[in-house]
Ligand binder design. Structure first.
Ligand code: NA7
Length: 536
């Protein structure tokens, strides 16, 4: 019961998604006593919660999967180029069972507070249910896109129909037959679900504030021949992915866009488009650094939208006007733009007619009232920091995480926050995380942290804390890396721009996985330079 104190663990992990489950495996393998608290009713994290129609990963399935166990890698068969949410969740369940991880995971434990005891060098964590758990080390594997953004629109609670969030879609999913459905938001989640919602509903109204670039995913089943080829090339494929920026074995066109003839450029962009997916954003090596190169790709994508969408006003509205292509994650779709050619589908441009309020009958803009039976919020997340700042975390000297991060998140290597000894994060701000393959980045960070804790134990240290100056220097480096690219030109969630009042700081490390791994190795070889190990 909640009155019985739980034993003090070596490591307490929060979150049982890809990162948290791997952490259970890796810390246990290192001989540490671990417990993992998960808010959901089952393991899976992002892939447990995001069950909206059409939810799929935009990294190829054979890359977006664990690499730590060769038998697992060779035995699991992905059915499609891009896996659906149910298939990814089935894979996570398989891994949890295969490695007997569930026995360390406590479900339906939403962590609400964490406090560091400086004298005992241990963390005490509290759950919504009032339980307390204690550990020497605390690892947040709480996800980068896991704290849903619920926009504060007047009247939202008065809507008489059904309200759903893509990030909290119920199961079984609701029937939309005969319903007038509205969707607020046009990010990846909306772009994946809109074509399916449009097929099911009587009518669909899409409320768009900011248009996004989207490239056809060109998903397809993987054939037996694909399976054989992937198995044969797996070791090389993984090695290449680990050394790459984005954590996948992609190669850009061997020449900068600005050095190509117009014909050569067009052919390369066409080939990139036909290959499909987010990698279109990296067709040329200079696409993220040179606005001229970016413009070529952007204009190409815009031509495609105009070719697909029949109504010229709708086509114009669907073309982004505010950011270089790829500086917000490119969406990938299966028939998104085509959907707007249906008579039953309408696009409402909120830049022309902003939402004034939500009424019992629907969404009211400055121009009209759109009557709806169902309203879907595909409004994104308080990305990268939200999952942490929504927890009442108190570090050394009574300092809270919201105080520490008042001007934006400060971390060292994306794994530790100054003033929060013995607390670590995976795929957090300052790490390649969302700009890379989150599964491979989680494996790398967790393995590295295992080494760090072994080093601390070997030295007899009970407290591991990053020096302020090391964290400030790293955080500046992360910002400077972004400033050398076109990324800061977009008001993206990468820098907190989607949440009113959130401090602007570029959070993911754009230099990517390969460069990041190398830096982590150097720090390790320097005896974990930047960290202070103390004994209480
Ligand atoms: P995103 O990409 O953050 O998209 C959220 C969308 O919701 C975006 O179009 C927002 O418009 C819109 N939004 C948010 N608040 C409002 C309000 N108040 N009114 C109107 N529209 C609003 O989230 P997703 O879940 O689609 O994707 C997140 C990532 O998951 C994605 O990048 C992939 O990596 C996986 P805005 O742009 O703010 O004008």
């Amino acid at each position: 019961t909640s009155n019985t104190p739980h034993p003090v663990r070596d490591v307490l992990i929060v979150g049982a998604g890809f990162a948290g489950l791997y952490a259970v495996h890796a810390f246990r393998r290192a001989g540490l006593d671990v417990v993992c608290l998960e808010a959901g009713s089952d393991v899976g994290g992002t892939w447990y919660f995001n069950r909206y129609p059409g939810a799929r990963c935009d990294v190829e399935s054979v890359d977006y999967s664990y690499s730590f166990d060769e038998d697992l890698q060779n035995e699991w068969v992905w059915s499609e180029r891009y896996a659906t949410q149910p298939e990814i969740l089935a894979y996570i369940h398989h891994v949890a069972d295969r490695f007997d991880l569930r026995r360390h995971v406590l479900l339906e434990r939403r962590v609400t507070a964490a406090r560091f005891d400086e004298h005992a060098s241990r963390w005490t964590v509290r759950t919504a249910g009032g339980e307390e758990h204690r550990a020497r080390y605390l690892l947040f594997a709480t996800g980068s896109l896991s704290a849903p953004n619920r926009p504060d629109i007047p009247g939202a609670d008065e809507f008489a129909g059904d309200t759903y969030f893509t990030a909290r879609w119920p199961e079984p999913g609701p029937s939309l037959a005969g319903k007038r459905v509205g969707v607020i938001g046009t990010g990846s989640s909306a772009i994946q679900s809109v074509p399916i919602l449009a097929r099911e509903a009587d009518s669909l109204t899409v409320f768009q504030r900011t248009a996004n670039y989207s490239v056809p995913a060109l998903n397809r089943p993987l054939t037996d021949e694909d399976q054989r080829r992937i198995r044969a090339e797996y070791p090389a494929r993984r090695a290449k992915a680990r050394a790459s920026g984005g954590g996948s074995p992609h190669e850009s066109y061997p020449k900068r866009a600005v050095e190509c003839t117009p014909e050569e450029r067009e052919a390369a962009l066409e080939a990139g488009w036909r290959n499909g997916g987010v990698l279109f954003g990296k067709t040329f090596p200079d696409q993220f650094t040179d606005i001229t190169a970016n413009d070529y790709a952007r204009e190409f994508a815009e031509r495609k939208i105009r070719e697909i969408v029949r109504d010229p006003v709708t086509a114009r509205d669907l073309i982004p006007t505010d950011h270089p292509i790829g500086t917000k994650r490119i969406c990938t779709d299966s028939g998104y733009f085509e959907t707007f050619n249906k008579d039953t589908v309408a696009l409402v441009n909120l830049r022309r007619e902003p939402i004034t309020r939500i009424t019992p009958r629907g969404v009211e803009t400055t121009a009209a009232l759109y009557e709806l039976d169902v309203l879907v919020y595909a409004t994104g997340f308080d990305a990268m920091t939200g999952a942490l700042t929504r927890i009442d975390i108190t570090g050394a000297r009574g300092r809270s995480i919201t105080e520490a991060w008042a001007d934006g998140p400060v971390t060292y290597l994306g794994v530790q926050i100054p003033g929060f000894p013995n607390l670590f994060t995976v795929n957090g701000p300052g790490a390649p995380s969302v700009l890379s393959n989150m599964v491979l980045t989680a494996e790398q960070q967790v393995d590295w942290l295992v080494g760090l804790l072994q080093h601390a134990d070997g030295a007899g240290a009970t407290q591991v804390e990053v020096r302020d100056d090391a964290a400030v220097k790293w955080t500046d480096h992360v910002q400077q890396a972004a400033d050398a690219t076109l990324f800061p030109r977009a008001n993206s969630w990468y820098l907190g721009a989607n949440i009113p009042g959130k401090p602007r700081r570029f959070m993911p490390y754009v230099a990517g996985l390969g460069a990041y791994r190398q830096r982590c190795e150097e720090v390790r070889e320097d005896g974990y330079e930047g960290f202070v190990f103390t004994t209480r």
